[in-house]
Design a protein. Sequence first.
Length: 566
Amino acid sequence: MIITLKNLSFLVLVLLFSQVSAAAQYDSLVHKPYADRIEGYFHLYLELIDLKDSAAIASRAEKIKNFAREKQDPDLEMEMDLFLVYHDAFFKNLPESRAIAAIKNLILQSEKENIWHVNIRAVRVLALYYWEHQRYELAFEQYMVLDKKLSAHNVYDFPELVRDLLKIGEAYYYFHDYPQAKSYFQRIIRLPETDFNTMFMNSARNTLGLCYQKEKDYMRSDHYFNEILKTNFAVPKKIWRRIAVGNLGANCYYRQQYDKAVPMLEDDFQGATRESDFGPAAGAAILLADIFLIKGNAERSWTYIGHARSNIEKAGQRERLQFLYPIISKWYGYKNQTQLSKIYLDSTVSAINQYHYQFSATKVLRAQQKISFQQEELRRAEIVLENQKKANERVLMLIFFSAFVIIFILGYLIHKKRQQAKDLKIQVAMQELEVATQNLKQFTESISEKNHLIEQLQSRWSDEEKNELVNQLQQSTILTEEDWSAFQKMFDKVYPGFIFRAKKVYPDLSIAELRYFLLSKLNLSYKEMSAMLGVSPNTVQVLRHRIRKKLQFSNNEVMEEVINQI
């Protein structure tokens, strides 16, 4: 849970701001440490934002800056600069180049004037701006700068320390980098807890529990959810109790402890519904629908399916459909409504594919941004090299008597810069290989997921229905020639030269036999191969036998060993 200037009402309740006159409020802000000003600053921000009109906001901010000058308080004056930079970037929607330039200028100015708390928060604003514009690699770069600056402070002189560390951890959690995310959340929970940061502390405990839940370490996950219930601070205890109980219920569900899970999940669902927290309400409803279907209570299961649909729509979180559709498919299977069950089985596959496509696209975007970032560094290094070379040549002409020394230095610097440029090019190539590997991994994992889903759902229907559903799902994974062309290009990036070597060693390989070589190189099972090729597992076995006879391999093991050594 992140508190921003766009969502300050919640923090107002936490801080219990008092109502004071404007003049007295400004007087109370001057010549105090940042920790003693923070409540007044938030109250001041509310007052400014409530004006709504940009001209009125700029006019009031200028008056406060004049007041700060009269009181000889540069901290308050620059605080208004920070507010205006943030407001212009996020509320006035300035062109990106102007917004970034203004934020960077404030970072340099605050560092020059040693107003450290403005400097830290200006870096935070730049990271947030990059993140919201999907420039993830630049956002992570600023988060690393922010982390370094935070290391010089504690929760007493900079109360927002926990909030900033939490944001960095959540950025890694967003990209499923759970080890890095956990390292930040664990740093947070070791810090002193205060009235100001307790909401963020509990958010760190909660997301740390979710990390372990994703890793299926339910014992550790339970520990951090239970730590939320032990908090001594009244406000977060009331707010976070429902969230923690719901997550504990989810852990029981994953352990198949359904009787224990139901009351906790229902408590979460009812509380989230009262609070119009539609996403968690949908999540709890999905698990409850599955539990009641497993227990044979189809009517109650259908009620929660309806709740889940409604809350997913309200929350706009369509990615949750990949978890709801399988339950709806099972529900119709339970009711012997085979056709509807098939429809929702197809919908499940589509929802899973859509989620993986979107998440993979985001990861690829970040990887491409990283490559672009390194390429820009390479370009700058080359420019520096060229400029340095020219400068050294001028020096060589002006200082003839020291020619030997200058030439020696020039040679050393050029060699060093070229080595750096070479290293950067290698890093770029490695990043491109990583992107290709990730795409190939996503491709093969998607096939495995679909086969696993088929196996789960097949157990609820007759043999005839199972075969029909299996055939329908297998047909949905048949690849076109265009798909195979893209796959081979991606494969060749991960295993350079494999296809060329295979064709050279065995020039008589047919297209189908070459495809078997590629899939065997990926260590896929017959079932996974059949799903990708659009044939039955028996057909894959026949193909393998035909290849072995054709190429005169003594047995299957020898053939697989040869393929792996190509």
